[in-house]
Design a binder for this molecule. Structure first.
Ligand SMILES: C[S@@+](CC[C@H](N)C(=O)[O-])C[C@H]1O[C@@H](n2cnc3c(N)ncnc32)[C@H](O)[C@@H]1O
Length: 284
């Protein structure tokens, strides 16, 4: 095995390259990519930096850095993303799980849950996290994207919750059966005219169907609130993630559909991010 440069040298060069390419968080990303290329846990990278890497590792790292310089998301390069303390497989077919979505998880876990429906499950990060956090619960995750469903199924197996998860293809509620005490969704909520303002990582690499409804960014909420009541168990909750400017519009859609908004929750940046609602006609 031929010896290449030290990890610390590679890291310095990579940070410089990514900064020159205008990549935000260049140092953080370079470290994540180097950990991945060397096969060491992120927390142990500093210990490995003084050692020479192999020529093959250096070449693999260089290729990753060039792809990142072209603004490919880190999760696509490493194939994984941490969400609520668990590792999720991520591909170009699913939305990269976001830290903001953990607000929805916290809201969901604030009450006991037995049955969960996740609309637009993508990687499965919401449904599978809730199943992993609540012993004995079971749930259904739906998506229109066949490729995304496969990623969600793989994640269910990896997290050892597949026996409690049904992952099915459905346009929102179309193929869903049963009653749920929690319905959750992080639907596509970017308006078509907002797409051009997104970071290149998102606009060019994430699935378009995960980002936008090709309309005003509210179509999914209209469908979800209009269809949810027959699938909610008495006292059940509907919790959705929203774009940070959509609280008023989505609250109105909820009220018009007979729901009572219970809370609008903010993310760590103080932006409106999640709406919790209940359906009074459903036995509350
Ligand atoms: C914003 S992503 C959310 C993915 C994942 N739940 C998360 O939070 O990371 C929205 C998901 O909704 C799916 N989707 C879009 N339109 C849909 C529809 N009509 N019915 C079901 N799923 C849909 C997309 O394929 C995508 O996986």
């Amino acid at each position: 095995m031929s010896e290449g440069p030290r990890g610390s040298v590679l890291l310095t060069q990579a940070v410089k390259r990514l900064n020159e390419a205008g990549v935000p968080g260049a140092a953080r990303d370079a470290r994540r990519l180097l950990s991945h290329a060397l096969g060491v846990a992120a927390g142990r990278l500093t210990l490995a930096l003084p050692d020479p890497v192999t020529v093959a590792q250096a070449a693999a790292f260089h290729a990753l850095v060039e792809r990142r310089a072209a603004r490919e998301p880190v999760s696509h390069l490493t194939g994984e993303r941490m969400f609520y303390g668990r590792n999720f497989k991520v591909t170009a077919d699913v939305l990269d799980p976001r830290p903001e979505t953990e607000v929805l998880i916290e809201a969901a876990l604030s009450q006991p849950i037995e049955t969960i429906l996740d609309l637009g499950t993508g990687s499965g990060c919401i449904l599978l996290t809730l199943l992993a956090e609540t012993i004995g619960s079971r749930g259904v995750g739906v998506d229109l994207s066949v490729e995304a469903l496969q990623v969600a199924k793989d994640n269910a197996v990896a997290l050892e919750v597949s026996a409690r998860a049904r992952i099915i293809r459905s346009h929102w509620f179309d193929e869903v059966e049963g009653l749920f005490d929690l319905i959750v969704s992080n639907p596509p909520y970017i308006a078509d005219w907002e797409l051009e303002d997104l970071a290149p990582e998102v606009r060019e690499y994430e699935p378009r169907m995960a980002l936008t409804d090709e309309a005003d960014g509210l179509e999914a909420y209209r469908a979800i609130y209009a269809g949810a009541a027959p699938f909610l168990a008495p006292g059940g909750r509907l919790i959705v993630e929203i774009g940070h400017t959509q609280a008023e519009d989505v609250s109105k859609i909820a009220v018009d559909a007979g729901f009572a908004p219970v809370a609008i929750l903010q993310d760590l940046d103080g932006k409106d991010r999640v709406i919790v609602s209940v359906c009074p006609e459903n036995g509350l």
